[in-house]
Ligand binder design. Sequence first.
Ligand SMILES: Nc1nc2c(c(=O)[nH]1)N[C@H]1C(S)=C(S)[C@@H](COP(=O)(O)OP(=O)(O)OC[C@H]3O[C@@H](n4cnc5c(=O)[nH]c(N)nc54)[C@H](O)[C@@H]3O)O[C@H]1N2
Ligand SMILES: Nc1nc2c(c(=O)[nH]1)N[C@H]1C(S)=C(S)[C@@H](COP(=O)(O)OP(=O)(O)OC[C@H]3O[C@@H](n4cnc5c(=O)[nH]c(N)nc54)[C@H](O)[C@@H]3O)O[C@H]1N2
Ligand code: SF4
Ligand SMILES: [Mo]
Length: 695
Amino acid sequence: MSDPDEVRTHCPYCALQCGTVLARKGEDRVSVRPDDAFPVNQGGLCRKGWTAPAVLEVHDRLRTPLVRAANGDLAPASWDTALDTVAERLLRIRADHGPDAVAVFGGGGLTNEKAYLLGKFARLALGTRNIDYNGRFCMASAAAAGRAAFGVDRGLPFPVADVGRADVVLLAGANPAETMPPLMRHLEHPDLVVIDPRRTPTARAAALHLQPSPGTDLALALGLLHIAVVDGLIDADYLRARTTGFDAARQTALSWWPERVEQVTGVPVPAQREAVRRLASARRAYVLTGRGAEQHSKGTDTVGAFINLALVLGLPGREGSGYGTLTGQGNGQGGRELGQKSDQLPGSRSITDPRARTEVAEVWGVSADALPGAGPSAYELLDSLGAPGGPRALLVFGSNPVVSAPHAGNVAERLAALDLLVVADFVPSETVALADVVFPVTQWAEEEGTLTNLEGRVVRRRALVPPPPGVRSDLEVLGGLAARLGEPAGRYPSRPSAVFEELRRATRGGRADYSGVTYARLDAGEALHWPCPERPGEPHPGTPRLFLDGFAHSDGRARFADVEHRPAAETPDSAFPLLATTGRVLAQYQSGAQTRRVPELNDAAGEMYVEVHPDTMRRSGLTDGALARVTSVRGSTVARVRAVADMRPDTVFLPFHFAGSGRANLLTNPALDPRSKMPEFKVCAVRIEPCRTAS
Ligand SMILES: Nc1nc2c(c(=O)[nH]1)N[C@H]1C(S)=C(S)[C@@H](COP(=O)(O)OP(=O)(O)OC[C@H]3O[C@@H](n4cnc5c(=O)[nH]c(N)nc54)[C@H](O)[C@@H]3O)O[C@H]1N2
Ligand SMILES: Nc1nc2c(c(=O)[nH]1)N[C@H]1C(S)=C(S)[C@@H](COP(=O)(O)OP(=O)(O)OC[C@H]3O[C@@H](n4cnc5c(=O)[nH]c(N)nc54)[C@H](O)[C@@H]3O)O[C@H]1N2
Ligand code: SF4
Ligand SMILES: [Mo]
């Protein structure tokens, strides 16, 4: 089969999964343009999308397996040597320490096929309960809260395009003008109410900006609920017909009167009132949360409180209104529901549910007893590596935790304490640099598959170009290892379409049911949002809008969350008097492993910096443009000072895209949310001082 000259596919990066058309541009080169027909990006792409082809040709692309040699260096090896080495060492570790001594860390950028096969490989070929993924650092709080409230966790339970027809959209802790620029096309018409401690480009586009102190959104959401209740703005018919648990939520909210909320959050009373008035008077309104509200040790409760606000106003499950979370990674949605999350089996099923275990085991051709139970969450897993009783080997697919995990200094130490670290990647990331064995893998434009975008829509990734010689797909790596671990032939197909056929069966009957989705339907241009069960006769059209007829709990009702505010796990004191928060800039993606290799993106944002209010800068003896050392109780980071006049004086902001001594995560607090196990990326206590040495 000859390769096509042009394919429709999707951007390799974020959950918007902007539609793109890739074309050949001379020998081995690829050009990209937006796919005007795709309704999510409507012909738009951000700078990362436009420059994505550059990642295919980075000068240090991994092209051969690497095995750490006796002299300590990573040295090129054949595929057989690399696969044999890993399999032999895994077998030995398992024989000596048991199956849980081998762990797996996955990623929300992996296709559905890879995520599914990785989960199956961990549970069957390795027999370990120790698998989790970077989505735990991303979507976990919103997923836990959404599931508790509605019975199912799909990021947006409605198409993105619906949001454009709203009158008002509340964005709590999201900065889509930088993190999902084409989404802003849908946010031009609605009035925006933005909650963010920083005056971001999104906040500047808003009708109203509330600027709370980091870590106080829960108090703010309770306060907004208070105003809605006291001012009689609630939808009583909706509450009666469609919800339960309002009384307890109302009781808690009553003690969060506006002046008290102002004291805790710093948001003035009139701004609180205006936010509620705007939302309540809209005919169509959405409440959307992002990582700013979610990445806290109380992220699940905070999202619960924002859902409560949406519920009293009667928004969820009504066409043209609703609550949603803006999922982050390209396949953040599919990545969790297909089995990389430690507590889930394919189809968004619970790994502790006996029926779910039986159903999935049947598809896998094993008995349910063969499946391990639930394992620890991402940070707990990383923190246990190489510790007494903890895993001795780790396989990483699609993450760069040396840069992106909280308390990164500790994580790097734990990785170094392993007997075996194996990483599959296409660039030499900071985590690759620590590996004992490295597998060079294919990337987006070289492979087929599917991802599930932020609106639960399954999209097709298509190959335009062949992978460079010497590079294999993640699926082939798993298959190669499985065979050497003695798994039956055929259990780990390496063709994406074959894996998809199997995952359709494995999700059948689950909450996230993909059984009616096929490559043929997607290739014919159908828009399929899960659940999309297979059925005889007329194919199921998929479910773009959930909850219109009822929520996914057995009584069809949404549940109010009974939540109370609490302070962040770490609050400022005399040694660490400032709050640090972290997040993203337009031109870099995540740990930066991909985007720091694209020259055009580095011109825009090429170096670690810290945003500081001018007063704070002066008080700390800093100079705009000079280097500063930012220190928390866990470590310190070197960053260039940027004076930002509309910053809160009590807060500094650091992007987390940079490596080495510029890692924001050397500072961050791994305090976990008790329900979602999300770390507290968005607030820790720091001090800041001039730095006279460059490193
Ligand atoms: N350019 C770019 N785009 C991306 C990504 C990227 O790395 N770069 N990553 C993708 C992924 S995986 C994700 S998860 C999404 C994330 O998308 P967003 O959630 O939009 O991104 P963040 O910058 O992490 O956080 C959003 C905002 O939260 C604010 N914030 C900080 N602390 C608080 C707080 O306590 N309360 C409130 N209300 N706000 C707070 C920050 O100032 C920031 O502006 O972006 C996706 N898109
Ligand atoms: N301080 C702070 N830290 C954060 C956050 C924050 O807001 N603040 N946000 C958190 C969030 S929301 C997220 S999602 C994480 C993300 O952080 P990471 O998990 O580190 O995400 P990436 O940088 O996307 O890392 C993906 C790695 O996998 C590789 N890769 C990409 N696709 C594939 C593939 O298909 N197969 C294989 N084998 N490899 C692939 C890439 O080259 C890259 O090296 O960071 C978290 N860390
Ligand atoms: S918004 Fe996200 S999906 Fe769209 S082009 Fe940018 S990075 Fe790619
Ligand atoms: Mo994310």
